[in-house]
Design a protein around this ligand. Structure first.
Ligand SMILES: Cc1cc2nc3c(=O)[nH]c(=O)nc-3n(C[C@H](O)[C@H](O)[C@H](O)COP(=O)(O)OP(=O)(O)OC[C@H]3O[C@@H](n4cnc5c(N)ncnc54)[C@H](O)[C@@H]3O)c2cc1C
Length: 427
């Protein structure tokens, strides 16, 4: 099938959807049949354009990505052509305006994310890092020269990005990072960056690495765009981390920098401290809150189909048993609530009315609920849950990672607890 590119359609779409509320149409409240796939009718909250974008993304993901994921997960293989295909459809950096990006609403971008993660959280991670963390960071904080030069190629998926914040000794506490940038001792106009980052999505194949390091002149954290092609041999290594137990269809690696020369012009000029990385993470965490609802919905669809098919005791399908029905009811409720919360935050984000804590709340809640429900639904498959052919085990393993990265859930509890009490408990 031919897929419609968002780039060709979205400028027109967005002009009419600039204030989504003005084009949204609310369905009548007359009695409607219950739709177990959209229990609270969230589709009524989408504009026509958002529905068209969702359908384009879902069709691509189901027809082109899904057939590849099982083998990719077995082989721990990430096909980087996927990012090019997404680029052709306008799915990368989709909320960015200009630079060849589609410029869609935050809800539309959430729907794209959900479609991708319905297939696999690893594929969504590859996309999120490219779109929200690397492109989003450059767009928000980079110089005009960096934006003009890098964003159009990144939007096409021709240049791949990575985001290096986590270090071997500093994960939840990135403020203690050890990576440093200091004036280069011999190259004028250059900085010298040294240190190690770990658990970095896309790092083994990334062309553009957005790395956060402490700047020796001020002791403050700054963002640096490192372009692999310009790094002399031995100054940048990005080994893959193999034998993962989750997110196996995504590439993860380290970043080792040994006096790597980086032009001063590649340092983000106006952002200091953790505000920079946290601003990028906010957008990515918002996407995760949407994405995991896609993975949970896929678990529900697969569990329902299995429970209707599989018969135990007097030829009854598993779906006839109350305990099984409760598992499905709990999961469908959490998926519907989580989706509505993500839509609400997306609308506020479009209007510039989000507090970071709102994003902590939906990231934490949706990841926790997706993981706990997926683990319970897995039980319905009995022994077959152990076979990767049923996909449920893959989602469960992936969802553990989504609950852990970009702020482990307990860390988001502390962020929320600080906002509620005024007392910070990170110690
Ligand atoms: C597959 C994968 C991909 C990733 N991709 C990226 C990427 O692209 N870029 C990037 O920068 N990072 C990435 N990460 C790293 C990820 O963000 C970190 O793993 C995460 O921030 C947690 O850090 P940590 O693993 O060091 O855990 P730790 O910080 O050691 O935490 C371990 C546990 O202790 C808890 N804990 C820590 N401090 C406290 C406290 N004060 N109070 C209570 N509990 C606490 C945590 O909640 C957690 O449960 C990725 C990780 C994985 C697994």
């Amino acid at each position: 099938m031919m897929y419609r590119s968002l780039i060709r359609t979205s400028t027109r779409q967005l002009a009419s959807a600039a204030r989504p509320g003005t084009v949204r149409s609310y369905a009548s409240t007359a009695s409607q049949p219950f739709d177990w796939e959209d229990p609270l009718g969230s589709h009524n909250l989408f504009t026509e354009e958002e529905i068209a974008i969702r359908d384009t993304a879902e069709a691509y993901c189901q027809e082109r990505m899904l057939p590849r994921v099982l083998q990719a997960y077995r082989d721990e293989y990430y096909d980087k052509k996927i990012l090019e295909e997404m680029g052709e459809l306008g799915l990368l950096g989709a909320t960015i305006k200009g630079y060849g990006c589609a410029g869609v609403s935050n809800v539309a971008s959430g729907l794209i994310t959900k479609a991708v993660e319905r297939v696999d959280s690893g594929y969504r991670s590859g996309m999120s890092v490219q779109s929200s963390l690397a492109m989003g960071g450059i767009e928000e904080f980079g110089t005009q020269e960096l934006k003009d030069r890098l964003l159009p190629e990144m939007a096409k998926g021709k240049l791949l990005g990575a985001f290096g914040l986590t270090e071997p000794n500093h994960g939840s506490d990135p403020g203690s990072m050890e990576t440093t940038a200091k004036p280069h001792p011999t190259k004028k106009g250059y900085l010298s960056i040294s240190g190690s980052k770990t658990w970095i999505t896309n790092s083994p194949i990334a062309d553009v690495l957005l790395v956060w390091a402490k700047y020796s002149e001020t002791g403050k954290i700054r963002g640096f765009v490192i372009e692999r092609k310009d790094c002399p041999p031995g100054t940048l290594e990005t080994p893959a981390i193999k034998n993962k137990t989750g997110l196996r269809a995504s590439l993860t690696g380290m970043i080792h920098l040994d006096a790597c020369p980086v032009p001063e012009a590649n340092m983000f000029p106006d952002v200091e401290g953790l505000r920079g990385p946290f601003a990028c993470l906010n957008s990515a965490r918002y996407g995760i809150a949407w994405g995991v609802m896609g993975a949970l919905e896929d678990c529900i669809t697969r569990t329902r189909a299995y429970a209707l098919e599989r018969k135990q005791f007097k030829g009854n399908p598993l779906a006839k048993y109350q305990l099984v029905q409760k598992k499905l009811a709990d999961a469908a409720t959490d998926a519907a609530f989580g989706t509505l919360a993500a839509i609400q935050v997306g609308r506020l984000k479009d209007d510039g009315k989000t507090a970071p804590e709102m994003i902590s709340m939906i990231k934490r809640q949706n990841c926790d609920k997706a993981l706990s429900n997926a683990r319970v639904l897995q039980e319905v498959f009995g022994g077959n849950a152990v076979s990767d052919e049923y996909s449920i085990g893959r989602h469960v393993a992936n969802l553990f990672v989504t609950q852990t990265y970009e702020g482990q859930s307990d860390i988001h509890s502390l962020i929320l607890g600080r906002a509620i009490t005024g007392i910070q408990a990170f110690v």
